[in-house]
Design a protein around this ligand. Structure first.
Ligand code: NBP
Length: 472
């Protein structure tokens, strides 16, 4: 048998679908899974495909054409290192290892150094789109040496989603840049999902049933909010529980899980001193949701207004639409700001237009408005904040009345809207020429002699006051 063009290790849901995708583009693919009966079952289930199932890593490596291209699609963390350790003695110099899992970018940087020192080539690639994306065309965010990317480009471009004929994959940058950008993609995904949930909560308080919501979200998906997450939300509201005939969403327990990419994004934002308050609120909302027992107990003690909103449904839909869209812009502005700061810190030379462009298809956050984000950065690569691109400035200016009203309505009705509020708080802070930090600096100087600058003196000139002594 001829040697394979590509090899994949890890035949769980992502691995299997990626293999079928690669094979469907005309490549012969070798596969290996630690539990070998998974390999046998997978190959047997696809007798008409150009697949080579290997029983051992030796057999797998032997079946690949040189330079070997081996993609690892196993659980992130220790398993990736374990697979790499076993591959090292079997591979030749110049062979390429690709880690396609959700690895922490710092792990990718370490592996890049480790494998580079040994003479292997390494790509850390974030892959988004879940099972369906992996099969039909994901968005791929590869990081590593440009010369290695050039070798992988034909395969990656052929399997990626396409938007306007452009593949949703681009070389992000060196080392951990690809996995880093995938991490921020996931953080933004957290923000998008929470904002949608807050809109849903407001509608519930105004008496919307699942069927009404299916209609609202379907209509939204035909407009400027068009996106995969709005689309699946409409489908979720249509889904009935076969046992009870009720809307399934109403039967799902309100405790959300998380795997860690949101938390990693927050840690990185703090390290870079970048505000990502919408994503922060989204991660914290999941944490609060998981405290079900405590919330149930507190609901019996801590008082608040009745969660009711009395406003014409059609009017409310428009207002919530505007609040959601404005908040979503803020969330992306923050996420892209973080990418930009980190890119500068690491010297990665990241291209935000290209990053936004590959998020237009294949991935979970794909959305119509990513076309406008792409355009904004194509027009001005040095844009200091997405809010300042004329297209987005106009929307924020136009939508803010409804945005503020929705947050007020929710707040007065005791409905939590942490991500809507965080977004508006960021917007109002960012556009404030004067903030109350003068008082803050006075406090710092009072107790710690930290000094302050004055409004009537040049910047950089520091002052200290001998504040009165406070007793007690
Ligand atoms: P999982 O993350 O559930 O991993 C299962 C695979 O890892 C199996 O093939 C398993 O082999 C293998 N594995 C483990 Br666990 N430990 C191993 C070890 N020590 N040595 C060798 N193989 C080992 O699979 P997944 O959901 O397909 O995701 C794969 C990667 O893609 C992850 O990093 C994930 O975060 C990322 N990702 C997933 C999605 C998604 O929608 N699921 C989307 C985007 C990215 P076994 O069969 O022998 O146990």
């Amino acid at each position: 048998m001829s040697k394979s063009d590509f090899g994949l290790i890890g035949l769980a849901v992502m691995g299997q679908n990626l293999v079928l995708n690669v094979e469907s583009r005309g490549f012969q693919v070798s596969v290996y899974n630690r539990t070998t009966n998974v390999t046998d079952a997978f190959v047997a289930a696809h007798p008409d495909k150009k697949l080579v199932g290997a029983q051992s890593l030796e057999e797998f490596v032997e079946s690949l054409a040189s330079p070997r291209k081996v993609m690892i699609m196993v659980k992130a963390g220790g398993p990736v290192d374990a697979v790499i350790e076993s591959l090292i003695p079997l591979l030749d110099m110049g062979d390429i290892i690709i880690d396609g899992g959700n690895s922490l970018y710092t792990d990718t940087e370490r592996r890049d150094q480790w494998l580079g020192d040994l003479g292997f080539r390494f790509i850390g690639a974030g892959v988004s789109g879940g099972e369906e994306g992996a099969r039909k065309g994901p968005s791929i965010m590869p990081g590593g040496p440009a010369s290695t990317w050039d070798v992988m480009k034909p395969i990656f471009e052929s399997i990626a989603a396409k938007v306007d004929g452009e593949p949703c994959v681009t070389h992000i940058g060196p080392g951990g840049a690809g996995h880093y950008v995938k991490m921020i993609h996931n953080g933004i995904e957290y923000g998008d999902m929470q904002l949608i949930c807050e809109a849903y909560n407001i509608f519930k308080a105004a008496g919307f049933e699942a069927a009404d919501l299916a209609e609202v979200f379907t209509n939204w998906n035909n407009g400027d909010l068009e996106s995969y997450l709005i689309q699946i939300t409409a489908e979720i509201f249509k889904q009935q529980d076969p046992q009870t005939g009720k809307a399934l969403v109403d039967l799902i327990l309100d405790t959300a899980g998380q795997k860690g990419t949101g938390k990693w994004t927050l840690i990185n934002a703090v390290e870079n001193a970048v505000v990502i308050s919408t994503i922060n609120a989204a991660v914290e909302a999941r944490i609060l949701s998981s405290m079900k027992d405590k919330r149930v107990a507190a609901s019996k003690v801590l008082k608040g207004p009745k969660p009711e909103i009395d406003i014409k449904k059609k009017k409310l839909v428009k207002k919530v639409h505007d609040a959601l869209f404005a908040s979503k812009i803020i969330s992306y502005a923050q996420g892209l700001d973080l990418i930009s700061a980190m890119g500068a810190e690491k010297g990665w030379d990241l291209d935000l237009a290209k990053i936004a462009a590959i998020w237009r298809g294949g991935c979970i956050i794909r959305a119509r408005f990513l076309n406008d984000i792409t355009e904004a950065y194509r027009t001005d690569a040095k844009l200091s904040n997405l809010m300042l691109a004329p297209f987005f400035t106009e929307i924020l200016n136009g939508f803010q009345e409804n945005w503020r009203e929705v947050i007020s309505l929710a707040t007065l009705a005791g409905i939590p809207v942490p991500a809507f509020s965080a977004s508006l708080g960021y917007y109002d802070s960012y556009r404030s020429a004067v903030l109350p930090a003068n008082l803050l600096q006075a406090q710092r100087d009072f107790f710690g002699a930290h000094t302050y600058e004055r409004t009537d003196k040049p910047r950089g000139e520091m002052f200290h006051t001998d504040w009165p002594e406070v007793i007690g």
